[in-house]
Design a protein around this ligand. Structure first.
Ligand SMILES: NC(=O)c1ccc[n+]([C@@H]2O[C@H](COP(=O)([O-])OP(=O)(O)OC[C@H]3O[C@@H](n4cnc5c(N)ncnc54)[C@H](OP(=O)(O)O)[C@@H]3O)[C@@H](O)[C@H]2O)c1
Length: 319
């Protein structure tokens, strides 16, 4: 598969230990505007801090604007705007309000997400992970299209969780056999495929897209997994510290910030990245080792998912 042959590290000089601040060394984002969904918690908060620290103005959509404003208190050049990605009407209103400001975006980080939730139905009965993690961002980026005029980088925060599932074409909304981990995995494959086809459609107009696996980081994302099982899952040591191989939020934000800003990625796109470089094809099923599985970068699956998502959301600004 041609896309798999493009999945080769390019020698970024950064790695698993690099932080978002590290990868912005020598990069001045003054005059640039970023949008970071989930930019007030976990990795997103670390990304927002780093981007603002490098001079960018950062718009942070938030389904809980109060806590978001609190988390971002003291972080310069940030602006919180209400948005629930589970509500397509809210996504439309958010984009219409932004359009009225005439603002355009140079960087978009689609970082908001939920993981391993109990079965949740959204809107017309959509599965919750697929709806929030994928369809909400799909609609958001399509509706933001006019604000990306002149070129922009879009980073879709995926996960090595994609190892567990491709897209369930016959049942994407888990009408049967709901499994919280498979639902998360499908949504993360969708995040990766979104970047592949967005890049294919947007590149001619300078809209480039990347997907990233941030690494493993303890954040509020794990809230639906009982704490009693974290040690057995290999997430924490017996004394409660993050297990070896886990990253800090600042390290976890680094790959998304690198993909959004690295000069080395100019004229590239549609790639899946990890540890601040383009990821190699996965050679193991060990998610901690990572790499990318073929179903997450398959251009035909990416086009098919785009078409399905456009039908479901009624948005398609790039085709
Ligand atoms: N942490 C990891 O180990 C890891 C590994 C691989 C991939 N990732 C990915 O990295 C991204 C960030 O994860 P994180 O660990 O930083 O998690 P986090 O701290 O829980 O942050 C997730 C953010 O998404 C927001 N969000 C959730 N549902 C939303 C909705 N319906 N509308 C708008 N915003 C919504 C949350 O808002 P509230 O705070 O209001 O809920 C929160 O701000 C996710 O896409 C996740 O899948 C994380």
């Amino acid at each position: 598969m041609k896309t798999m042959t493009r999945q080769r590290p390019i020698g970024s000089g950064y790695g698993a230990d690099s932080t978002a601040e590290d990868v912005l060394t020598g990069i001045d984002l003054t005059g640039r505007t970023a949008l970071v969904t989930g930019g007030y918690s976990g990795l997103g908060l670390a990304a927002t801090r780093a981007l603002a620290g490098a001079g960018a103005r950062v718009v942070v959509p938030a389904r809980r604007p109060g806590p978001a404003a609190e988390a971002l208190r003291g972080v310069p050049k940030t602006e919180v705007r209400p948005l629930d990605l589970a509500d397509l009407g809210a996504v439309r209103a958010f984009c219409a309000d932004l359009a009225a400001t005439g603002r355009r975006f140079d960087l978009v980080v689609c970082g908001a997400g939920v993981m391993a939730c109990p079965e949740t139905r959204v809107g017309p009965g959509w599965e919750g992970h697929f709806a929030v993690n994928h369809l909400g961002h799909f609609a958001l980026v399509n509706l933001l299209r006019p604000a990306l005029a002149g070129g922009a980088r879009v980073v879709s925060v995926a996960s090595a969780g994609h190892f567990l599932s491709g897209i369930r074409w016959d049942d994407p909304h888990f009408r049967r056999d709901y499994d919280p981990w498979l639902a998360y995995a499908q949504s993360k494959t969708a995040n990766a495929l979104f970047a592949v086809h967005l890049d294919a459609l947007g590149a001619a107009d300078g809209v480039r897209a990347f997907a990233v696996h941030p690494g493993s980081i303890l954040t509020p994302l794990q809230r639906h997994v009982p704490r009693a099982s974290w040690e057995a899952l290999g997430w924490i040591t017996p004394d409660g510290r993050p297990a070896p191989g886990f990253k800090t939020p600042e390290q976890g934000a680094a790959t998304a910030v690198w993909a959004a800003t690295a000069p080395l990625l100019a004229d590239r796109g549609g790639l899946y990245c990890q540890d601040c470089d383009v990821a190699a094809p996965a050679t193991t099923d060990d998610m901690l080792v990572g790499g990318v599985k073929p179903w997450a970068v398959d251009p035909e699956a990416a086009a098919r998912l785009w078409s399905l998502s456009a039908d479901l959301t009624g948005t398609d600004a790039f085709s």
